[in-house]
Structure formats: structure tokens, C-alpha cells
Write a protein that binds this ligand. Structure first.
Ligand SMILES: Cc1cc2nc3c(=O)[nH]c(=O)nc-3n(C[C@H](O)[C@H](O)[C@H](O)COP(=O)(O)OP(=O)(O)OC[C@H]3O[C@@H](n4cnc5c(N)ncnc54)[C@H](O)[C@@H]3O)c2cc1C
Length: 571
């Protein structure tokens, strides 16, 4: 029988970190069981190719929601990575940590050891940031982080417009001033995607104490007398059992980790029993508390062909691909996102509740052949995301068959506050994009369009078009009490030898993208699991400077009264 000290289910953002860190100790053996295949495809390495990859079915679990109750029954598409590296192999590569306050609120909610001062050293340990080692960044960690190459992205035009709209600038969203407008960091190293697989797993594969099984679907965790003893998985049609001497660690992501717990009899006992599975441990919070960012596409047709679409002319693409293949530079070595901004919709809240993506072209822009392919209109797109949604969704089993996708409801926009923030998101983008100099280059707003302006019309537009930000969390939430699944050491409450380490343990979604935070969680978890001394919390100096920066941006982010043309708009 196969026997290992640690069994990790899932080689995604968190699983790859754990595999690498735990196998640093040659005296322990580690098995990783991954349902997807290897990540050799060139599109998983070439940064701009993510536009081809993330929607495609090949490296993807291809989940969808159930009919959404507050979106007229629409089903939303939920891509998740199914390949070595998991979602970090198909994601948009933005390196964003969220707001320091996000982590202090986790701590206040009972997650001891997860305040900003506690987690900053783990963000830094993970990171090989282009800025080098400093108070806020790591310089020598495995995860390559570089700045966006803004050469062909109309950066100056957008920056001047945003400044004219009264929004402050920042040099570093992960530094002293997490609020405002700036160039985004990307998980790209030397022109190649720095997925968790490339950064952590691949360099560790030569170790003899690390075994990785790909195309192997874990079906359930075995639990005997309150202790996880191993996992059953199916590979190439053959079912096998692997025993864990120390721990089983679920790192299947926010949809698959709770599904696996439910399939193993751990979760709300009544729901589990409905599917003929014997409940092993009644844990009501499994699959609940699902939180995700809602995003909106606001599009503007341009008078002139100034967008990144020009760079997608077939001959230019051919040259750019060659440039990437030879030198790892050029358009295909980066993400075509001009910039980001973190903005407060109201001055009286303490964290920016809107993350605004400035896309350099329409998201559906395609490579074109002059005179052959139908002309595509040049468009710019503002893509706001709601950082702190109130609505909570849930996940349940569809059946006892591990190959069946789980049933997922996001309950998007289920509260009036969320609907009001969604409207604010759209009005904020309209206000910024219609400000000169950019405003003078816009021919018309194509989506939602000038005629869609009342609250009721905007609500209808939102129901028709809202999409997910790809940051689901909270389904195996960390904390104490009945609303939690794992404790602050990420051990499943009430069981031995079983942890969950992935995005699902975040009790609330951070105000930003979730790959960096997931990797941070796994870095810290690796020390907890190995029983190592934890890294010392960041100094008071860093914590204090962040707090004072927040106070000063609160003053500068207020826009002039005269600029407020929308009723109930952003102040
Ligand atoms: C399209 C998209 C774009 C995104 N863009 C960004 C971005 O730009 N920046 C950012 O910070 N974040 C982004 N994210 C989010 C970020 O990538 C995720 O939050 C993060 O990767 C989650 O890590 P995880 O370890 O929880 O899960 P994952 O990385 O999804 O890993 C889970 C792994 O477990 C495997 N697995 C699941 N179930 C089983 C099973 N039963 N048996 C065996 N293996 C199993 C899966 O195949 C997968 O490899 C994006 C996500 C997506 C999908």
C-alpha cells in the first residue's frame, strides 16, 4: 500500500507551495494528488496567451452556478484551473494582496496569527519582487513578480485622465499607500508566467521524497475514529488508496475542497445524508459563506484606432510571438492591462470598496487580418470589481458521485447595499472615462450606454451582464464557532490529521485578487504543519506607516464637489 507522511490533494496555488515547503525536509515523504495534467503547454507560459486559456475547456473545471436568484435566473460561468498550478496556471497574473485592514479584520474575527503584521512576512517570503527586498516586499522568494510593461497601453492618457478626475496616485498597491491609481505588478518572471507550479513545484520535483500523481481525482478522505487516515483516488480508471501517516491536507480550491469534505461525510449532516452518504462529522459551515467579487464591463467606442487592438494585427502578432520566443520580451511577455485603481465609493468608509481595472482594449478583441476579417471597433473598457460584497452564496453536493460538479449559488447582488455599490461602480467608471483628455477621444459609451441611467435601468443592466471576478473564498472558513470549518491553524474542527489550506479558508474575501493571498496562506500553513517557529510579525514601523498613509489618502481621494454629476454617485 502507498504510504506517505503528508498527502496534499490538489497542486494549485496553495498545493504547490505546500509540496515544495514540506518536502524541503528530506526525512518526510509527500504525495500530491492532482486531477489535472501537466502544465507543459506554451499558452500556460506565454503571459498574453492567458486570454486564450482561461475561458477554454482544456485546463478548466468549467463549473457554472445554479440559476442565480437575484439575476433573473442567469447561470454564471466559473472557470477554475485543472492542471498543475491550478488556477495560478490560467489566471490573469495580477499580483495584489488586498488591504492591510482585511487581515486585521480576520484577526479581530478570531483568526489569531492572521493580522496584517503576522502575514506580511509570509507575503515577503513568497515573493521575488522586481523592487528587491524592502519593508513590504521580498526580493528572493520563488514567486516572480514584475511590473507591467506599459509601452503600448496608453498609460499616460489614462493616468492624466484619472488624475483630472481627482483620484490619487500610488507607486505600490502593496506598500505604504494601498489606495489610488498605479501600474500593476504581475506574477511574471523573465517574460514567463510564474505560476505556483513554475515557482514552487517544478524546482522541487527532483526531490526523491516528493511524489506527484497527475490525472488523479481524489474521491474521498477516509476518516477512522475521528482521524483522517488517507485518500481514495482514481487514476486512469484504477481506484487506489494512499495512507497518510501524519496528515491529509485539502488544497482543492474553494469549490472542490468543500465538495471533498461533503463526499467524505464531513459537513451539514442532513445535506450529506440526502445523497446516501453516511455523515461522519456534523460540521454545518462546510460549503457555506461563499463570497466572490462581482465585476462589470463598461465599454466605450473610440473615435480613433488607439487601443491595444492595433497590436493584434496578424503581422504584428507574428512578430511579437517571435520576439517572445527568442527574447521573452514584447507584447506577449506581459498582460495588456493598462493600470489599476483602488477607490472608495464614499469618503466615510475605511477601505477602497472598488477595484477598477483599466483594460487596454475590449476583452473580446481578436487577432485580425487587414481586409479579410470583419473590422472590430476600437473600444476601451473599465472593469470595476466590488471588493467587499455582503451577499453570501453556498455550495452543495449534486450527488454522491465525485465526478459530478457541485451545485453552486453565489446569490450575487442579494442585498440592497450590494446593488447600490454595483451602481456606484458603473457611475464611477462613466465619470472617469468621460473626463478629458480621455473623454474627448470617446465616440460613445456602448455599454451600458448613455440611455441607461436610472437606478432601475442600471439594476436591469447589472442583472444581465454581471460576471464573477474569479476570487471565490470562504467555503471552509477559518475561525471559531459554528460558522467556521477550520481553526486558525487550518485544522478541520473536531477531527485529527486533516487540514484545509487554500482560498476556501479565507473568512472574508480580501479587497483585491486572491492568488497572492492564497500563496501567503500556504507559506504560513507550511510552517504550522511542519511545527516550525513562525516568522516574527512585521515591525510596528510598517504597521504605523500604513495606518498614517490611509489617513492621508482619505483626505486626498475626495473628488471636487463640482465633479459630482451623478445623483448618488461617487463622492
Ligand atoms: C480565470 C481566473 C483569473 C484569475 N485572475 C487572477 C489574477 O489575475 N490575480 C490573482 O491574484 N488571482 C486571480 N485568480 C484567482 C486565483 O488564481 C485563485 O484565487 C487561486 O489560484 C486559488 O488557489 P487555490 O490553491 O485555492 O486553488 P486552485 O489554484 O484552483 O487549485 C486547486 C487544485 O486542486 C485540484 N483539485 C481539485 N479537486 C481535486 C480532487 N478532487 N482531486 C485532485 N485534485 C483536485 C485542481 O485541479 C487544482 O489544480 C483568477 C482565477 C481564475 C480562475
Amino acid at each position: 500500500m502507498d504510504e506517505y507522511d503528508y498527502i496534499i490533494v490538489g497542486a494549485g496555488s496553495a498545493g504547490c507551495v505546500l509540496a515544495s515547503r514540506l518536502s524541503e525536509d528530506p526525512s518526510v515523504s509527500v504525495l500530491v494528488v492532482e486531477a489535472g495534467g501537466r502544465d507543459n503547454h506554451v499558452f500556460l507560459k506565454m503571459p498574453l496567451a492567458w486570454r486564450q486559456v482561461w475561458r477554454g475547456p482544456k485546463f478548466n473545471w468549467n463549473y457554472t452556478t445554479e440559476p442565480e436568484p437575484f439575476l433573473d435566473g442567469r447561470r454564471l460561468s466559473l472557470p477554475r484551473g485543472k492542471v498543475l498550478g491550478g488556477s495560478s496556471s490560467i489566471n490573469g497574473m495580477l499580483y495584489v494582496r488586498g488591504h492591510p485592514r482585511d487581515y486585521d479584520l480576520w484577526r479581530q474575527a478570531g483568526c489569531e496569527g492572521w493580522s496584517y503584521a503576522d502575514v506580511l512576512p509570509y507575503f515577503k517570503r513568497a515573493e521575488g519582487n522586481w523592487r528587491g527586498e524592502g519593508d513590504y516586499h521580498g526580493g528572493a522568494g520563488p514567486l516572480g513578480v514584475s511590473a507591467t510593461d506599459i509601452s503600448n497601453l496608453n498609460f499616460e492618457l489614462i493616468r492624466d485622465t484619472v488624475a483630472a478626475a481627482g483620484i490619487p496616485m500610488t507607486e505600490d498597491f502593496s506598500g505604504e499607500q494601498p489606495e489610488g491609481f498605479g501600474i500593476v505588478d504581475l506574477t511574471i518572471k523573465n517574460g514567463v508566467r510564474s505560476s505556483a507550479s513554475a515557482a514552487y513545484l517544478r524546482p522541487a520535483l527532483k526531490r526523491t521524497n516528493l511524489t506527484v500523481k497527475t490525472m488523479a481525482l481524489t474521491e474521498r478522505v477516509s476518516i477512522e475514529k475521528g482521524r483522517a487516515t488517507g485518500v481514495t483516488y482514481v487514476s486512469k480508471g484504477v481506484r487506489a488508496f494512499a495512507r497518510a501517516r501524519r496528515e491529509v491536507i485539502l488544497a482543492g480550491g474553494s469549490y472542490n475542497s468543500p465538495q471533498l469534505l461533503l463526499l467524505s461525510g464531513v459537513g451539514p449532516a442532513d445535506e450529506i445524508a440526502e445523497h446516501g452518504i453516511t455523515p461522519v462529522h456534523d460540521l454545518p459551515a462546510v460549503g457555506k459563506n461563499l463570497s466572490e467579487h462581482a465585476v462589470f464591463h463598461i465599454q466605450f467606442a473610440m473615435k480613433e484606432p488607439i487601443t491595444f487592438l492595433s497590436r493584434l494585427r496578424a503581422d504584428r502578432v507574428a512578430l511579437s510571438v517571435l520576439q517572445w520566443a527568442l527574447f521573452r520580451t514584447g507584447d506577449f511577455a506581459t498582460q495588456a492591462l493598462t493600470a489599476l485603481a483602488f477607490i472608495r465609493s464614499r469618503p466615510d468608509i475605511e477601505r477602497p470598496d472598488i477595484q477598477l481595472f483599466f483594460n487596454s482594449t475590449r476583452m473580446d478583441a481578436k487577432v485580425w487580418f487587414p481586409g479579410i476579417t470583419p473590422a472590430q471597433q476600437h473600444m476601451l473598457e473599465g472593469y470595476p470589481s466590488m471588493n467587499y460584497p455582503e451577499s453570501r452564496g453556498e455550495l452543495r453536493l449534486r450527488s454522491a458521485n465525485p465526478s459530478d460538479p457541485p451545485r453552486i449559488w453565489l446569490n450575487f447582488l442579494g442585498t440592497e447595499n450590494d446593488r447600490a455599490t454595483a451602481r456606484e461602480c458603473i457611475r464611477l467608471v462613466q465619470r472617469i472615462y468621460h473626463t478629458p483628455p480621455l473623454g474627448e477621444l470617446i465616440e460613445r459609451e456602448t455599454s451600458p450606454g448613455a440611455e441607461v441611467s436610472s437606478d432601475a435601468d442600471l439594476d436591469a443592466f447589472i442583472r444581465r451582464t454581471v460576471e464573477v471576478g474569479h476570487h471565490p473564498v470562504g467555503t471552509c472558513a477559518m475561525g471559531e464557532g459554528t460558522a467556521a470549518v477550520v481553526d486558525p491553524q487550518l485544522r478541520v474542527h473536531g477531527l485529527q490529521g486533516l487540514r484545509v489550506v487554500d482560498a476556501s479558508v479565507m473568512p472574508t474575501v480580501p479587497g483585491g485578487n486572491t492568488n497572492g493571498p492564497t500563496i501567503m496562506i500556504a507559506e504560513r500553513a507550511a510552517d504550522l504543519i511542519a511545527g516550525k517557529a513562525l516568522l516574527a510579525p512585521a515591525s510596528d514601523l510598517v504597521a504605523t506607516s500604513t495606518a498614517s498613509a490611509l489617513r492621508s489618502t482619505a483626505a486626498t481621494s475626495r473628488r471636487p464637489e463640482t465633479a459630482n454629476t451623478n445623483e448618488g454617485g461617487v463622492r
